[in-house]
Design a protein around this ligand. Sequence first.
Ligand code: NI
Length: 172
Amino acid sequence: MRICKYGERILRKKARPVDYAADKGRLPGIISDMFETMRAAGGVGLSACQVGLDMRLSVISIANENEPELSLALINPEIVSAEGSQEGEEGCLSFPGLYQRVRRYDKVAVRALNERGLPVEIRAGGFLSRALQHELDHLDGRLFIDRLPFLLRLKFRPRLIILKRKWAAGGK
Ligand code: NI
């Protein structure tokens, strides 16, 4: 799958809910292609809009040194509660090479359907919580640069315009 870069219109669209019963047949293929695309690009999360699909679907895969890899496929995910705040560095596969410190909720609870269509609730803190918030933002057409403080966003604008041109021309 080709990863859409900043500047492509689909990244700004609010994605459509997945009709699990209707899409059941093609979801496993889409989900495994998304995991593969994400891993090949060295990411920890990827949402369907980033590979050109108008669906509320995200995948996340986080590996910790001492724990087995945690992989999640989330269909129609929603944040049901959020608390606290944390700040940390974030990147996005649609902004290759760009990292910024972003403020997020510290903890979130997310409800979704898993890849088998079963309802799940995930309670997360730390980095997983950040990854969940980043991916769920994608489903509403929101990007991590939108979460920067206003003045930083202004300062950043000229650089983003240059990067946007470079990515549109196929650069990395
Ligand atoms: Ni992203």
